[in-house]
Structures are given as structure tokens and as C-alpha cells.
Design a protein around this ligand. Structure first.
Ligand code: SF4
Length: 418
């Protein structure tokens, strides 16, 4: 590989690390023995950077040149950094070469904005099209759609990419106006709505016509920067709820703001990245998508902030102790899912196992629930034992003590990719 390409790779892979939306879940593109690669449900090899972010092995920007000057972005036009841009063919060649060497299982491609949204989007689409049609590349492709790009380009992108995403960037319009005054919220929301309609149409057609061409089979996602502006968790999660309900988004990603700018509109350089908050938001998001929680159960005007000490499900249970303990041999699945320490697969195993015999605490441990947490919230008539008469604060303190002692001896730094 020539030095110039290597240099571009170093610049544009580094610039791409701020984009966290890189999960490939949801795509199941099959190789029919006529092409290269597969897009499995877990299609991209995931790795974790030192700060805990998930990255794919070929995760790059087409360019870090940008006509805009969003205050929170390292690629903003006023930032004095090394700039680079790949050509369409260079990205195609890199993807194919890396794939053949087994370095990657897919491509995550984002970009700064060269001249205008369509000019940039057209290049992103050409890359995906070349990969699919000229190289018969079946691996996973995630394209970042450019806000403001035309519907015809979005439509074409959907024919070649597994997932499309448009970053909403800020949780509210006011914050976007403050930090990225050149950008319009509608330039993000309109394409999202357009894609949502197209994806719904595709899913409908697919049921009727077997040969319906794929259209963004892994759906669309977005990303919000957290902690750069003063929105509380309630505002953020209600916005996510809106995206899930109205735009049928597959994922909302939360990216804790990394202070990179000397700008009095933003937290000062040196302010810690809000990693715990980001983690709690993901847990809350998980509750909405997989555990049947309504957003207002997790955050509401009485509890606008997530508890940073404990996960949101435990926090909810401690606020609703009157609903517990639940009888593990009788409670329906939706109630089991609300027990702290019981995950989705454990709850399903409990429901399946109790068809054949009465469950005791020993069975639950074998099923794999976190018994040290769940024991405060469950009972079985067979055992007759449960923790009684503890206040929410006492339960919280006891659990925090157990968790701290449990993890301290095992603590080791995460493996680093770079
Ligand atoms: S438009 Fe995108 S790449 Fe350009 S400065 Fe804003 S966030 Fe960064």
C-alpha cells in the first residue's frame, strides 16, 4: 500500500473514531456463492478503543474536509488539522483488500461535507454501488447519509447499504442552533422520515414479492452527542422514544462529548467524558427496546435524571417496591422482565422451565440470573425465603457494597486496539 494511502488512512480512520454508530445488528445478507463475503446479524468485527468505544476495523471518513463549522466536531472548517480525502476507487480498493485479508467484515463510511450535501452523498453512493455491483461484495455496509442530501440519492443509497444513518447530533433544536448554526434540524428529520417510509414500504413489499430488491435491510440509526449541552436524561430519552416510535429507527447511539474545542459554548477542555452517563443511557434505551418499559417509567418530571450509581432497571424497581416480590413460579413474562438481575433470556428460560416443575432458588442460579440482585425482588412459595422489610436505600447500599467487592479483584484494563 503506498505511503499516501497509508497517510490518508491514518487521518481518516482517526477522524471516524468519534462516530459510535457502528453496530451491524439486524442485517442478514446471505452469500449465494456468487460474490464476496456475508453480512451476518453480527457482521462487523467489533473492537473497543481505550475509551470503551466500539469500532469496526474499516471505519473511515471519505474526507475530513468540511464546509461546516459545527463546534463539537473535530473536522469543523475552523479547526487547524491535517486534511485528506479518499477517492471513490481508493475506498473501494481498501475495502476489498482488507476484506480479502480477513481484516474486516464490512465497511462503515462517513464523511465531512465537500461542497454541498449532494456532491458528497453522490460519492458515498458510488462507493457502495461499485462494491456491490462490480465486486459483488456481500459484506456489511453502513453509510452515513449526509443531512440535506436529495431523496433520489437516499433512495439509491438504500439499494446498496445495509444500514443508513443520519446523525441528529444534538438532542434538541436549540442546542443544534447554538453549536451548529449552519445546520437545520429539518435537514436531518426529513431524510429520516423519507427513509422510514421507504424501509416500511420495502418490508411490506418483501412479504408479497419474493424478489423485492433489498432496501437498507438493517434499517436506519442516528447518533446524539451527550453532555455538550445542558439537556437532561429525560429530554434525551424522550427524543429517542420519538425516533423509535415515529421514525422506526433501529438504534439511537449516545456519544459522550469529548472536549476537543476551546469554545465558550462547550465544556472546557479537560472536562471528563461522561462515560457513565452514556452507559446508563444505553441501559435505559435497552429497557425501552427489549424489556417493555415505557420511557416515562424510566424518566419523568419527578425523576428527570438517571441514577449514575445503579442501572435504570434497579432504579425503577426501588421506586416501585410495592410491586415486589414477584412469585417466580407464577409471574408472567412481562413482570419477570422487570426484576433486576433477570435478563431477557433468563426470563424466557424461567417461563419455559416452570412448565415442567416448580422452580427453587437453586434452579434460578443455574438458569443464570444474577441472584445477588434478584433476591431482593423475588419469592418462591417452595422456598418461602425472601429479603424482607428493607427500604430502597438499604437495598441500594447492600447491592453497591456487593458490586464493588465483586469487581475490584477482577479489575484489569481493557485490551487496546490502537
Ligand atoms: S457537518 Fe459533520 S463533519 Fe462537518 S463539521 Fe458538522 S459534524 Fe463535522
Amino acid at each position: 500500500m503506498c505511503d499516501r494511502i497509508l497517510e490518508k488512512l491514518a487521518i481518516l480512520a482517526d477522524a471516524a473514531k468519534y462516530d459510535v454508530s457502528c453496530s451491524s445488528s439486524g442485517s442478514d445478507r446471505k452469500n449465494n456463492n456468487q460474490g464476496l463475503g456475508n453480512g451476518h446479524k453480527s457482521g462487523i468485527c467489533h473492537a473497543y478503543t481505550a475509551d470503551g468505544r466500539c469500532v469496526s476495523l474499516l471505519k473511515i471518513l471519505l474526507t475530513n474536509h468540511c464546509i461546516y463549522n459545527c463546534a463539537y466536531c473535530v473536522s469543523r472548517s475552523s479547526n487547524d488539522i491535517k486534511r485528506a480525502a479518499f477517492t471513490v476507487q481508493e475506498v473501494v480498493d481498501l475495502t476489498i483488500q482488507f476484506y480479502r485479508r480477513n481484516y474486516i467484515e464490512g465497511l462503515f463510511l462517513s464523511s465531512g461535507i465537500f461542497r454541498d450535501p449532494d456532491y458528497t452523498m453522490e460519492r458515498l453512493v458510488r462507493i457502495a454501488k461499485k462494491l456491490r455491483t462490480e465486486h459483488r461484495f456481500n459484506g456489511y455496509i453502513h453509510l452515513k447519509a449526509i443531512p440535506g442530501a436529495s431523496e433520489s440519492l437516499l433512495r439509491e443509497a438504500g439499494l446498496y447499504a445495509d444500514r443508513l444513518s443520519i446523525n441528529v447530533e444534538m438532542p434538541t433544536e436549540q442546542s443544534l442552533q447554538l453549536l451548529a448554526p449552519e445546520k437545520k434540524r429539518t435537514d436531518m428529520l426529513h431524510p429520516m422520515k423519507y427513509l422510514s417510509n421507504e424501509i416500511t414500504q420495502y418490508q411490506h413489499d418483501k412479504k408479497i414479492f419474493k424478489k423485492t430488491p433489498l432496501f437498507a435491510p438493517a434499517g436506519q440509526s442516528t447518533q446524539m452527542v451527550i453532555g455538550a449541552t445542558p439537556e437532561n436524561d429525560m429530554q434525551i430519552l424522550f427524543m429517542s422514544h420519538y425516533f423509535y416510535q415515529k421514525m422506526q429507527l433501529k438504534r439511537v447511539y449516545y456519544s459522550g462529548y469529548i472536549p476537543i474545542s476551546y469554545d465558550n459554548r462547550l465544556p472546557a477542555i479537560g472536562t471528563p467524558v461522561p462515560m457513565i452517563r452514556e452507559h446508563r443511557l444505553y441501559q435505559a434505551d435497552w429497557l425501552m427496546r427489549f424489556y417493555g418499559f415505557g420511557v416515562e417509567e424510566i424518566v419523568n418530571p419527578d425523576y428527570p435524571l438517571l441514577d449514575m450509581d445503579i442501572d435504570p432497571k434497579l432504579s425503577w424497581a426501588l421506586r416501585n417496591l410495592h410491586l415486589f416480590p414477584v412469585d417466580i413460579n407464577k409471574a408472567d413474562l412481562s413482570l419477570l422482565l422487570r426484576v433486576p438481575g433477570i435478563g431477557v433470556s433468563s426470563a424466557q428460560k424461567i417461563v419455559a422451565a416452570r412448565r415442567f416443575h416448580t422452580l427453587h432458588y437453586e434452579h434460578l442460579k443455574k438458569i443464570g440470573i444474577s441472584f445477588s440482585t434478584a433476591r431482593y425482588f423475588i419469592t418462591t412459595k417452595a422456598d418461602g425465603f425472601r429479603e424482607r422489610d428493607l427500604t430502597p436505600m438499604q437495598i441500594k447500599q447492600q447491592l453497591l457494597t456487593i458490586q464493588r467487592s465483586k469487581y475490584r479483584p477482577n479489575f484489569s484494563p481493557q485490551l487496546q486496539l490502537f
